[in-house]
Design a protein around this ligand. Structure first.
Ligand SMILES: Nc1ncnc2c1ncn2[C@@H]1O[C@H](COP(=O)(O)OP(=O)(O)OP(=O)(O)O)[C@@H](O)[C@H]1O
Ligand SMILES: [Zn+2]
Length: 470
């Protein structure tokens, strides 16, 4: 028998499937309605004339309305506020409708970018992402709704775009962009938007744009800051011109570790859409050779001049031999020493006898074992949630606070009255920092220190599914 939780999930899935079907049918209806509207505007005049056109009469639209630009009546009405802009107008809108733009990543940056690109009438809009929608995406990834939790982001994003504009083509690429598929996917679009969140993807997308000769709108947002620029546009620099060597992996922070205020990627994503729209419609001056820096706390936006194309650039420089084949063979994960996937790396620094699983640790609590549990997460993480009776000593202050661990172990031993001494366990969020801490503690003479494999994530997974996770 299914549990009530399974039931709820199944019913939600069925509802979503029906909603998708409904959205698809509605899209078809509105396309047919637009066709009907255009055809019907001819029909009464044919009837009034009392005869049926045999092909020899002049086209009736030529008498009723002069629309040499080719926009339909529906499009004129839909995009009328664009058409009214003297600096945009009919020509720019027609250019947009003929353009194609690809957004890589349907997360914090991609969400607003996709919504505006769909709304403004980009003729073909592609979205690439391999991930599924999660509850902790909701605060910033505004294209997704709760009904899509657990479903592919591309499916959710495409449905939202279609709901806004059923007259454009939306293409779903439900896969991670890799060297094996990037050339083929990117070659189908005029302009590329990088809305990903990791170093290997950034280098890979930029290099691919260089070999294919496509302009790239690149954005980033973390914490309360964001930045934006356009690469590879009419002789401008590429990402590698600016950053020939990848930053150290410790400098590559992720939203899932460092946090991000939802509206910050919202702002940068909107600006990415704007830069793409400007290029697609041939209006204005793209942000090439300049970088926009946004600081939410001080409410400051600065535009700084950045270096131009580097003659020494390994990918776009004067003597480069970098081509499509080299792109396909390039190992971006090795180059940046970080994974393409959004999941953080899992370190293995300790011997098995210096580690215990979260289940084993739970067993020791139940057995009443004398021990101290040190939680080495930063204090603001610890304040979100922690295991009762744990002692918070962040990894960064471990060196200065070793005496607190000694004191806690002594106190525990006295309370329990054990002769053999109390055990020392170390936990963190995912099991990486706890290993670093145990290595350090071993060097400082705490030889019995053990790390809890997989940290609080494994505690939630294997011991207590109700323990809140972030
Ligand atoms: N190589 C890639 N190909 C396709 N999509 C990618 C690639 N790299 C990253 N992405 C996608 O880009 C999006 C980036 O979104 P965002 O930075 O908001 O982070 P997130 O991974 O959704 O959330 P969080 O970091 O908070 O867990 C994600 O949906 C991710 O799946
Ligand atoms: Zn370059």
């Amino acid at each position: 028998m299914e549990s009530s939780g399974d039931d709820v999930a199944r019913i939600r899935r069925e509802i979503q499937a029906l909603k998708d079907e409904k959205a698809c049918i509605e899209q078809k209806i509105s396309v047919l309605e637009a066709q009907l509207q255009e055809t019907a505007s001819l029909a009464p005049q044919l009837q009034q004339n009392g005869d049926v056109c045999n092909g020899s009469c002049p086209p009736i639209t030529a008498v009723g309305a002069n629309m040499a630009h080719g926009l339909s009546a529906d499009s004129i009405y839909r995009y009328s506020r664009h058409l009214l802009l003297p600096s945009f107008g009919v020509q720019a809108q027609s250019n947009l409708l003929k353009s194609s733009i690809l957004v890589v990543g349907a997360g914090g940056l991609g969400s607003p970018a996709l919504l505006y690109l769909a709304a403004c009438g980009v003729g073909r809009l592609g979205v690439v992402d391999h991930d599924v929608v999660e509850l902790n995406n909701m605060h910033r990834q505004v294209i997704h709704t709760e009904a899509y939790i657990g479903q592919p982001k591309v499916k959710s994003a495409a449905a939202a775009c279609r709901a806004i504009n059923s007259t454009i083509q939306i293409v779903e690429h439900k896969e991670a962009l890799r060297t094996s598929n990037a050339l083929e996917i990117l070659s189908r679009y005029d302009i590329i938007i990088d809305a990903t969140d990791n170093a290997p993807s950034r280098y890979m997308i930029s290099d691919c744009c260089v070999v294919l000769g496509k302009p790239l709108v690149s954005g980033a947002a973390l914490g309360l800051e964001g930045q934006l620029t356009v690469y590879n546009y009419k002789g401008g620099p590429c990402y590698r011109c600016l950053f020939p060597t990848p930053p150290p992996t410790t400098a590559c922070q992720r939203c899932s570790d460092s946090g991000v205020l939802g509206v910050v990627p919202g702002i940068i994503g909107c600006l990415q859409a704007l830069e793409a729209i400007k290029m697609a419609s041939a209006v204005g001056e793209p942000l090439s050779g300049r970088m926009l820096l946004f600081d939410a706390l001080s409410a400051r936006i600065r535009i700084v001049k950045i270096r131009g194309r580097s003659v020494q650039c390994e990918v776009c420089g004067e003597n480069t031999t970098f081509n499509q084949q080299q792109f396909k063979d390039f190992d971006y994960e090795k180059f940046t020493q970080s994974p393409l996937s959004t999941s953080p790396p899992k370190l293995k620094l300790l011997a098995p006898d210096s580690r215990i699983t979260s289940k084993e640790y739970k067993g020791r609590i139940v057995a009443g074992e004398a021990h101290v549990l040190v939680d080495v997460r930063p204090e603001h993480h610890y304040r979100i949630v922690s295991i009762p009776k744990s002692l918070n000593i962040p990894l960064a202050s471990l060196e200065a606070r070793l005496s607190e661990i000694s004191a806690a172990l002594k106190q525990e031993q006295e309370q329990e009255g054990t002769g053999s001494g109390a055990n020392l366990y170390v936990i963190c969020r995912r099991g990486n920092d706890s290993q670093r801490a145990v290595q350090y503690l071993h060097n400082k003479g705490f030889n019995l220190a053990k790390d809890i494999v997989g940290g609080l994530e494994s505690w939630v997974h294997d011991v207590d599914p109700n323990f809140p996770m972030y």
